[in-house]
Design a protein around this ligand. Structure first.
Ligand SMILES: [Zn+2]
Length: 187
């Protein structure tokens, strides 16, 4: 299973290196443990770590593809104003409806009232953000359900951009993203 972009930084390189030197019988468990330790200590990708605290839970799953929308959600590197603001692509990092609150991935998916209806189905089945991934990896159905909601929220964000006329030209966004193709941006 190929992990999310953020999971492929120094933590996963450690995993690859360990894999070749350990004996066959225990190498998977030992490299998973080493990877987990590196993952717990990594400075980048803290949002992803909060969503996926347990690497083994993620690596054993075999449901669905980590699509564009899901990658944005899992890495927090998407069309959220606080992210765009860091690249100079938006004039403010704040949510347009929640004054003084940054529009980041956590706000969008777990707090902002704008997306309450999209979130409602998940909220009935999930209690906290820590269970989102646990739910998602259960089956193709639950994977698809999470992806559908993520996608719907991203579409709502995009239509809001048009409506409010935020400065987010596709070319500028593409330039920012190709400049960090592995999403290796310091949080
Ligand atoms: Zn808000």
């Amino acid at each position: 299973m190929i992990p999310v972009d953020t999971l492929t930084d120094e933590a996963s390189r450690l995993y690859e290196n360990q894999e070749s030197s350990l004996n066959k019988q225990s190498k998977r468990l030992r490299s998973l443990a080493a990877w987990q330790t590196a993952w717990d200590q990594a400075e980048n990708g803290r949002w992803t770590h909060r969503l996926i605290p347990d690497i083994s839970m993620w690596t054993v799953q075999n449901h669905g593809e980590t699509s564009y929308d899901l990658t944005q959600f899992l890495t927090g590197h998407g069309g959220y104003r606080s992210y765009l603001y860091r690249f100079g692509l938006d004039e403010s990092p704040d949510c347009p409806t929640c004054e003084g609150t940054a529009e980041n991935e956590e706000h969008v998916f777990f707090a902002c009232p704008r997306f309450k209806s999209s979130r409602r189905k998940l909220e009935t089945e999930l209690n906290t953000r820590l269970t989102v991934i646990r739910y998602m990896v259960q089956s193709n159905t639950t994977w698809d359900a999470v992806e559908a909601i993520v996608k719907r929220i991203h579409q709502q964000l995009k239509s809001a951009e048009v409506q409010w006329g935020h400065r987010r030209e596709a070319t500028a966004i593409n330039a920012a993203q190709s400049g960090s193709s592995s999403f290796r941006v310091n949080s």
